[in-house]
Design a protein around this ligand. Structure first.
Ligand SMILES: Nc1ncnc2c1ncn2[C@@H]1O[C@H](COP(=O)(O)OP(=O)(O)OP(=O)(O)O)[C@@H](O)[C@H]1O
Length: 540
């Protein structure tokens, strides 16, 4: 927080505020003198002098406002960056289970809504609080000096306003929570509908989806309306309170004047001072309402930052290299109490090529997710060269694997960046690998070669082309363990055979794990395992 709100900035903001107050206090005085002394006294020199000083004041006020806005925006931006830095550090390290429970649109909505909501604090009067406090103190002194009994009447506003704002803030906080939830729900539903747009078109689901869209929006607007009404009630009670106090002051003050205990001038000055006190008190207390609005967002950001992330630290500095074998021992796993595998054992020697087959949903990909540390076994452990994989640094550990799955993800970026994935390689090496994969023809078809832009998830490519890029990506990564999880499911038969043979030849020193439903992909494998009835059985 210290980095966001610097002491120096606060001093400058208060200084600017004081200039603005001073200037607005001086302007009516100057106008009064222009009229009373300049115009009525027909003194042209005085008129010009005061008119010039008015211009100077306006220029000072405007410059001060600009400086103040700059200071606010700088602080707001620092807060945004610091929140996104914290959120980013967590986001990219979150466990896979988080992404199963929360859709991408929900996460985007959560982060942007909550961060914007917290930063909106800077659009409120919070930075003026110190200035308002000074104004209240000076106002109270003025009131007490003129008449301390009447001053008590003005100060009655404090407990009344406190009780009112407490009631409004409690309601506002609940509504804010409801609005956030409804809006997250809406984003998640909308994201899901957009992802399924082809199905909507093919099944003519327009009417149903349209009705859902409107009803979900109405739900949000209804909550929003209640929130706006609370703000309106708050503003009306503010005005009513101010009106009541002023009326009482005129009544009681009038009585004092009749009894010769107060002069008319004193009452006028008293009412002006009372405004100096009542208005800022309302503004400062209204901040409680603003805090109530953003409190649910602060809570959600805090919860998000505390979410369980993948542990990166490698306390003992162990380096994973795979010199001998991967051992899965007594692995059991279930998704929400549905058992997927029980006591699975598997030993893979370095350089071995193994295949895992099995019916749909038998748990093949789940087993690999455990090996890749996306999920953890419920029971049992996985070892590489006798060391529990949990003890390796996760980044270094994952660098051991080149993975091509059935649904690889391509980023909305150039083809080159999608292949190298951050690795620093030269054009020559890339061309060699491309040739090895017989993909030169594919490259020629693209308008800008390697620099061609791919759409989100490679939507401007065919399913087979996407998988070919996935294979090329894995070849470029060149890790010692190659995992092919139905990696050629969309690839035509001839190319599948070509790539299968090429990989076995080219990666003879690598450990390869293949998951497949295709009989022909079992050729050349050292051992074949079948996932069946929660167990992994070696086929003899
Ligand atoms: N996130 C999840 N939550 C709950 N159940 C899941 C989840 N992911 C997978 N499953 C279930 O776990 C079981 C095993 O899934 P897995 O993807 O490992 O099967 P698979 O053998 O690879 O199937 P396929 O051959 O169809 O790819 C399936 O029945 C699936 O429904």
């Amino acid at each position: 927080m210290k980095k966001i709100i610097k002491k120096q900035n606060i001093i400058w903001i208060v200084f600017c505020y004081l200039i603005l107050i001073g200037s607005s206090f001086l302007r009516p005085m100057i106008l009064k003198r222009i009229m009373d002394q300049g115009i009525l006294g027909k003194d042209m020199k005085l008129i010009l002098q005061f008119a010039f000083s008015l211009i100077v004041l306006v220029v000072i006020e405007e410059l001060t406002s600009i400086i103040q806005t700059r200071l606010f925006v700088d602080m707001q931006n620092r807060l945004v960056i610091s929140l996104y830095t914290k959120a980013g550090q967590v986001l990219f390290r979150l466990k896979q289970s988080y992404f199963m429970e929360n859709s991408s649109t929900e996460i985007v909505n959560k982060l942007s809504t909550d961060i914007n909501s917290v930063c909106s604090l800077f659009d409120s009067n919070i930075m003026y609080v110190l200035g308002y406090a000074l104004q209240i103190i000076s106002g109270v002194i003025g009131l007490v000096v003129i008449n301390w009994k009447l001053a008590l009447l003005v100060l009655l506003v404090v407990p009344i306003k406190y009780l009112l704002i407490k009631m409004f803030a409690e309601k506002e906080e609940k509504l804010s929570e409801q609005e956030i939830e409804a809006s997250a729900n809406f984003s998640s539903w909308l994201g899901d509908s957009i992802n399924g747009i082809r199905e909507i078109k093919l099944w003519n689901l327009y009417r149903e989806k349209q009705q859902n869209l409107i009803s979900k929006q109405k739900e949000i607007l209804e909550i929003n309306k209640k929130g706006k009404l609370i703000q309106a009630y708050n503003m009306s009670t503010d005005s009513a309170l101010k009106g009541l106090i002023t009326a009482a002051l005129y009544g009681i003050g009038g009585y004092f004047i009749c009894k010769s205990k107060l002069t008319i001038g004193s009452l006028t000055a008293f009412i002006t001072y009372s405004n100096y006190v009542i208005n800022p008190i309302s503004i400062v207390m209204n901040l409680k309402l603003i805090f109530a609005q953003i409190k649910p967002s602060i809570k959600r950001i805090e919860e998000f930052i505390k979410t369980d992330v993948e542990k990166k630290e490698n306390i003992e500095g162990k380096i994973c290299q795979l010199k001998h074998s991967i051992n899965m021992e007594n692995i059991s796993f279930s998704y929400t109490e549905r058992s997927i595998m029980q006591n699975v054992n598997l030993e893979i020697h370095k350089g071995e090529k193994i295949a895992i087959i099995g019916d749909n949903g038998s748990g093949k990909s789940t087993l690999l997710s455990m090996l890749l540390r996306f999920i953890e076994p419920e029971q049992g452990n996985i070892y590489i060269d006798g060391v529990d994989i949990k003890e390796y640094d996760i980044d270094q550990y994952r660098s051991m694997f080149s993975v091509v799955s059935q649904n690889i993800y391509l980023f909305a970026d150039t083809l080159w960046n999608n292949i190298v994935m951050g690795k620093n390689i030269g054009l020559e090496e890339m061309n060699q690998k491309l040739e090895k994969m017989d993909m030169k023809g594919f490259l020629k078809k693209l308008p800008n070669g390697y620099e061609s832009s791919l759409q989100k998830n490679g939507e401007n490519l065919s399913g087979g082309e996407r998988q070919k890029i996935g294979l090329l990506r894995a070849l470029i990564k060149d890790s010692p363990i190659l995992i092919l999880d139905e990696a050629t499911s969309s690839i035509d038969k001839d190319y599948d055979k070509f790539i299968h043979d090429m990989l076995l030849n080219d990666c003879s020193n690598k450990t390869i794990i293949v998951i497949t439903h295709k009989q022909e992909n079992l050729e050349g494998m050292d051992r074949i395992f079948q996932m069946k009835e929660h167990r992994l059985i070696e086929q003899m």
